[in-house]
Design a binder for this molecule. Structure first.
Ligand SMILES: NC(=O)c1ccc[n+]([C@@H]2O[C@H](COP(=O)([O-])OP(=O)(O)OC[C@H]3O[C@@H](n4cnc5c(N)ncnc54)[C@H](OP(=O)(O)O)[C@@H]3O)[C@@H](O)[C@H]2O)c1
Length: 297
């Protein structure tokens, strides 16, 4: 049945995301069994043809493949651990957010129980599930992924297998979120500076949009930057660390004058100071990576 377009699938967890996953399975014609702690969240799915299981054990027994989408790994284990031997041979795909360590520990747990296991990460909002733009990452045994790829691809057209490391999907997920929160925090800090001069946010926003598009996006989103880091070649024709260090000192000075917290920026100032002291002032900003990376040469 694995890989069959009509193979039965179970979904555990019917929050915003789990409901979207189960809905996509139903739309693709999979017999779908669902379980949720709050059972009435299944009502709409049941109307569309899903089967409501009365317990987690019944849900897992209903299909060879179970997708888990609850809030945390702790909840995943609260729900699945009591099943013990009954899980053996049932394929579990965990789409819960957590850390790469959570994923690898869950894979060890699954291996002990004889549960074929994949871990995944969803880089989409529920509205993108089942669309060509939906991006989901998977990690775990290649053979297992291949056997279930046709079902997993139902969730999004950008579904990507990253290799045997169970933690890789969450590494990618959290790296992308790190970029999101860095940019998001930078944006609210910028708006705080704007506010300190009595300027409405909406007056600044067109410039924020153009800056994002023409400066920030090429600055971090270009494929060449990945190659530069891999090759540790930080030559720049755009702006060097000397220039960025001065600019950052002005940002920090202006923020302090305006009473805006600068705690998030002071580590970067420290790294830029150190790089200049070490003679790297003419290199590009990407060299800061050398100060953050934990891996030894
Ligand atoms: N929503 C998104 O845009 C999005 C995007 C990417 C990844 N994700 C990930 O997808 C997972 C689910 O997110 P969501 O948006 O669906 O969250 P949600 O709407 O808050 O739903 C949480 C789900 O977890 C269940 N749950 C929580 N504690 C439980 C417990 N102690 N026992 C049993 N069930 C419990 C809830 O059951 P009840 O309904 O009974 O409360 C519900 O099914 C999370 O790991 C999230 O990070 C979400």
């Amino acid at each position: 049945m694995a890989g069959d377009n009509r193979s039965p699938v179970t979904v555990i967890g019917l929050g915003l995301m789990g409901t979207a996953l189960a809905g996509a399975l139903l739309s693709a014609g999979h017999p779908t069994t669902v379980w949720n702690r709050t059972p009435e969240k299944a009502d709409d799915l049941v109307e569309r043809g899903a089967r409501r299981a009365a317990s987690v054990a019944e849900a897992v027994a209903a299909s060879p493949l179970t997708i888990v989408c609850v809030s945390t790994y702790e909840v995943t284990h609260e729900l699945l651990d009591p099943l013990g031997e009954a899980l053996a041979g049932r394929v579990v795909v965990n789409l819960v957010s957590g850390t790469p360590g959570d994923a690898r520990r869950s894979a060890e747990w699954a291996a002990k129980l004889g549960v074929p296991y994949l871990d995944g990460a969803i880089m989409a909002v529920p509205q993108l599930i089942g669309t060509p733009q939906g991006l989901l990452f998977y990690g775990g045994p290649q053979e297992l992924y291949d056997a279930h790829a046709s079902v997993l691809q139902v969730f999004g057209g950008q579904t990507t297998y990253l290799g045997e490391d169970f933690g890789a999907p969450l590494v990618y997920d959290l790296a992308l979120l790190t970029m999101l929160y860095g940019a998001g925090y930078g944006w609210v800090h910028a708006q705080a500076l704007i506010n300190s001069a009595g300027i409405p946010a909406s007056a600044f926003q067109p410039f924020a949009q153009a800056w994002t598009q023409h400066v920030i996006l090429p600055g971090v989103g270009d494929l060449d930057h990945g190659r530069a880091i891999d090759q540790r070649d930080y030559a720049t024709e755009v702006s060097n660390i000397n220039t960025n260090r001065l600019a950052l000192s002005h940002v920090i000075g202006a923020s302090e004058e305006a009473g805006i917290p600068v705690d998030a920026l002071t580590p970067l100032r420290g790294h830029l100071d150190a790089l200049v002291a070490e003679g790297h002032g003419l290199d590009g900003f990407a060299r800061v990576w050398e100060k953050l990376r934990p891996a030894a040469d």
